[in-house]
Design a protein around this ligand. Structure first.
Ligand code: FUC
Length: 779
């Protein structure tokens, strides 16, 4: 809930100091060689279009993306007979016959059709490859000697560059996905006239036709929708503007000879919710071509910086900043305490990635944000609801990018009508439900396998993300808009909870604890159970949020009372098992994988605040033991989640240990479900493979180390490691209730701070261990 503003206490803000304006620090990734693999290429994006140049000398590949490139289509994969199996499944579970219950689910309680295994579920796909082949005068093409090579990605300007010298000529390339004109822009230049010779092609592994019309190079196609083949239609148009030289075309390429400067524009789009996409992309191309490059670049940077410059974090400079980013990661591994600027870079890279991978009115970032170099992206590049998509959104509120939560709210709104059908089909229940996976087509059915697909708190978890936007902003209009979504999700659980005969608690049945399994007393194992802890925690959270919302909006008092009565009958936020850990399931089962990557039963510790060291010390201690047994490794998202939990447990040094784990350099790409998460040379997070949740989760974790606001007050430096204590400064972080926080510290003690709000208000803060009320000044 928003932070209460106590009345009548007027304490002056102490220690106001001048805080660094905007970004004074240069934040960049840089390298001294071209990318050898996609995981070394630099991620550019403008919330819709993505572009990843590899900076090769002769054959440069620039992977292009569009966040709406989705195969598949709306479908109805509900099994409308499924609810008839519910009494028998529940009877078996109550009798401890989980294996038998699971068998019925696999047969008749999953989605119909292929589920995530193909279309119509669909898959997020790359748009295409822009292939630029360069020829250099006076060189033997096979053995080109180049020097002074550098490529970089500036996070301050959302701009990538490549420079090198061949035969005394300096070549420069500048790349950006324009936040102004909504096109990809590449500027090629040489410091001697007439030295640019190249041809440009555009391809795609399937469903893409390349052609030229006039001086425009086009890639067009249509993705598979799983029914009549006429799925999302797309086009990418490429044009070049030259200074000097000549432009001709072949049927599949643009050929440029003897130019001094070349501006390449890619204007692309799909018909996803945009039947007029061809008009738009033609118009965008026209505007881009007509504008002077310098102005275009300036507008791009200005638009991007409106969001990026809202937050500044400074933990000091380091010598390691002089190292290239790949070398710096290696150095950090052996001497992490010498480079406090790396966590800052990684934090700001997370903010950069949010700004680049989503925008208001479009889709939220998927498993890979908006960057994919394949047609078949791992896990379909979809929206996984049992951690991943929620984690993607966790950093945006605290990191002052609140509006970037709205695309998720739109996605969820679109799921509701379908989720209502799913609620009826499987549970004969009111409201709406979503299980483990969704896509832009509104999929809400269980997945195709009982082992992972039946977890039913996807909808409840999403609602918490939606709630966070209200909690941070206090925006009642927004609350009004999302209320029906929250209420519908609560109606579902309200109408399907059953009473557990042993405890009398209200629980879900059937369900599972995301993607874990357990041993039954007879030695067999199963995933399906009644009332896993995560379900209880998510439902508690949702019901309480709906109760608060109904009060704030002054509606649905009767329903709110029903929920309040049910909350009392839910299992507590955690049950402490014999071994001192929090029980993952209603029964004290032994897990089949003690180090399983999901630690779902700590949802109550983060993102929820049902378990806190202050209010529930015994549960907090049990959470600590739970984490000790689970260990510190896992896919990157799992390590990132552990940063967040340890931050909530106020163990700064442990959070930093986990951050170090997360920053293990790797180039592995095989799908990993166990230990071994890390980071690629381009700082994208490695599950492996690339999954952006690790970036966003770690960003949220770093913010949570610096500021927390879930317990009714703003906690300054709740969880920083010793190595950050000497001195630091942050500016622009957000706290629940729409407060903005700046602070400076020295030797672990806050020395100056400023809390602002749209209107002056009292707010509770915890600074240097003391809780007090202060006046937040007008922003
Ligand atoms: C969840 C995780 C996997 C992976 C996938 C996309 O199922 O268990 O590790 O992150 O989502």
């Amino acid at each position: 809930m928003p932070i209460k503003t106590p009345l009548l206490i007027t304490v002056m803000i102490t220690g106001i100091a001048t805080f660094t304006q905007a970004q004074t620090k240069q934040l960049k990734l840089w390298y001294k060689q071209p990318a050898q693999r996609w995981e070394e290429t630099l991620a550019l994006g403008n919330g819709r279009l993505g572009m990843m140049p590899d900076g090769s000398i002769t054959s440069e590949k620039v992977v292009l993306n569009d966040i709406t490139m989705w195969s598949g289509s709306s479908q109805d994969a509900n099994n409308y007979e499924a609810y008839k199996q519910l009494p028998e499944i529940r009877r078996l579970l109550a009798a401890g016959k989980n294996v038998e219950a699971q068998a019925i689910i696999d047969k008749s309680f999953v989605c119909t059709g292929k589920g995530s295994g193909g279309v119509p579920f669909g898959c997020f796909q790359m748009l295409g490859d822009l292939n630029i082949n360069y020829q250099y005068k006076g060189t033997d093409d096979k053995q080109i000697r180049f020097e002074n090579y550098e490529r970089e990605l500036s996070l301050n300007n959302a701009l990538a560059k490549t420079t090198f010298k061949i035969n005394g000529v300096t070549y420069k390339r500048e790349y950006f996905t324009s936040f102004g004109d909504d096109v990809d822009v590449i500027k090629l230049s040489a410091d001697k006239p007439g030295m640019l010779n190249l041809n440009i092609g555009i391809t795609r592994p399937e469903r893409g036709l390349t052609s030229t019309t006039g001086n425009e190079l086009d890639l067009i196609g249509q993705l598979d929708n799983g029914t009549d083949g006429k799925g999302v239609a797309y086009k990418a148009a490429v044009k070049a503007k030259l200074t000097g030289g000549s432009l001709t075309t072949t049927p599949t390429s643009l050929v440029i000879k003897d130019a001094t400067e070349v501006l390449i524009y890619v204007s692309a789009g799909t018909d996803f919710k945009n039947p007029q996409y061809l008009n738009k992309l033609n118009k965008d191309m026209g505007t881009a071509l007509a504008k002077p490059y310098a102005l275009q670049k300036q507008q791009h940077i200005a638009n991007f910086q409106k969001l990026f410059n809202r937050v500044n974090v400074d933990l000091g400079s380091s010598e390691a900043e002089k190292l290239t980013t790949d070398q710096r990661l290696i150095a950090f591994r052996s001497n992490p305490d010498a480079d406090n600027a790396l966590p800052v870079l990684f934090y700001q890279f997370g903010r950069y990635l949010s700004i680049c991978s989503t925008r208001v009115g479009l889709l939220p970032p998927n498993l890979q944000g908006l960057w994919a170099n394949e047609v078949h992206t791992p896990w379909n590049g979809d929206y996984h609801l049992d951690i991943n998509i929620e984690m993607n959104q966790w950093p945006v509120e605290v990191s002052n990018l609140s509006e970037l939560n709205l695309p998720l709210a739109d996605l969820v709104k679109g799921m509701v009508p379908h989720g209502e059908k799913t609620a009826k089909a499987y549970y004969n229940a009111d409201g709406w439900v979503a299980h483990v996976i969704t896509n832009p087509w509104g999929f809400t059915e269980p997945g195709e396998s009982a082992s992972w697909g039946v977890c039913k708190v996807g909808s409840g978890w999403l609602c918490d993300n939606l709630w966070q936007h209200y909690d941070f902003t206090g925006d009642k209009n927004y609350l009004k808009q999302i209320y029906p979504i929250l209420k519908g999700a609560a109606q579902f659980y309200n109408s399907m909870l059953i009473s557990d005969a042993k405890t009398g608690w209200l629980v879900t049945s059937p369900s599972s604890s995301p993607e874990n399994s357990f041993y039954l007393p007879d030695g067999t194992h199963a995933s399906i159970c009644m009332g896993p802890t995560i379900d209880n925690q998510i439902i508690r959270q949702l019901f309480n949020n709906v109760i608060t919302a109904s009060k704030v909006l002054g509606k649905d008092e009767a329903f709110s009372k029903t929920l309040a009565a049910k909350v009392k009958k839910l299992p507590p936020p955690g049950v402490i098992a014999k071994d001192g850990r929090i029980q993952e399931w209603l029964e004290d089962y032994k897990e089949t994988e003690p180090q399983h990557r999901h630690v779902s039963h700590l949802y109550g510790l983060f993102p929820a605040a049902q378990i806190t060291p202050e209010a529930t010390p015994a549960l907090a201690e049990a959470a600590r033991k739970t984490l000790e047994v689970r260990g510190d490794d896992g896919p990157s998202w799992s390590i990132a989640y552990k940063i967040l939990w340890w931050a909530r447990l106020h163990d700064g040094n442990r959070t930093y240990k986990l951050f170090k784990e997360l920053m293990k350099p790797t180039i592995k790409t095989d799908i990993n479900y166990g230990a071994g998460g890390g980071v690629y040379p381009n700082l994208l997070s490695a599950g492996p493979p690339f999954q952006i949740d690790g970036n966003f989760g770690a960003e949220a974790g770093i913010a949570e180390m610096l500021i927390q606001s879930h317990a009714g007050f703003i906690d300054f430096l709740p969880s920083i490691p010793d190595v950050w204590k000497a001195q630091g400064e942050v500016k622009g972080l957000k706290a629940r209730g729409n407060f903005t926080v700046d602070m400076k510290w020295r030797d672990g003690k806050v020395t100056a701070y400023k809390v602002t709000s749209p209107t002056p208000r009292m707010v509770k803060v915890k600074i240097n261990g003391a809780v007090k009320s202060i006046m937040a000044t007008k922003a």
